[in-house]
Unconditional design. Structure first.
Length: 135
């Protein structure tokens, strides 16, 4: 059905997006940005990169950037592998479970007083696509 194709294609887009963000965070901000499917303005200065993700600018907050990148490269690889293998249910479970990370991100942003909008939107997209794949 057309909704199945849409969910499959959105999942692939999420996988590419996750890997792109990981590349930005770990290897090369310019390359990571070039791979993104829509414009984003990351900070190439690691101590300021936290601002892109809703965290205050501090050296301590910059330490999350490589961790965040590694998590997203792994997630993107798993999404693309499950998609390639045609494992829609496994892909649906994986994407839906990303709500946990999204809600943790929201909690951190609430605690430090930064915007939660992008995190809530991302969480909703992951869950929406994940649930669509489970049908």
């Amino acid at each position: 059905s057309s909704s199945t194709k849409i969910a499959d294609n959105m999942a692939k887009g999420i996988g590419v997006f996750a890997i792109s963000i990981g590349v930005f965070a770990n290897v090369n901000p310019v390359l990571g940005t070039a791979l993104l499917p829509y414009p984003i303005q990351p900070q190439s200065n690691t101590p300021r990169a936290g601002n892109t993700f809703g965290l205050p600018t501090t050296l301590e907050n910059s330490l999350f950037v490589p961790i965040f990148g590694g998590r997203n490269i792994s997630l993107g690889a798993a999404i693309l592998a499950l998609s390639y293998l045609g494992n829609r249910q496994g892909l649906g479970v994986l994407l839906s479970s990303c709500a946990i990370a999204g809600l943790v991100d929201v909690a951190v942003c609430v605690r430090v007083g930064t915007s939660v909008v992008s995190h809530l939107l991302g969480t909703a997209v992951f869950v929406g696509v994940g649930v669509s794949l489970l049908r």
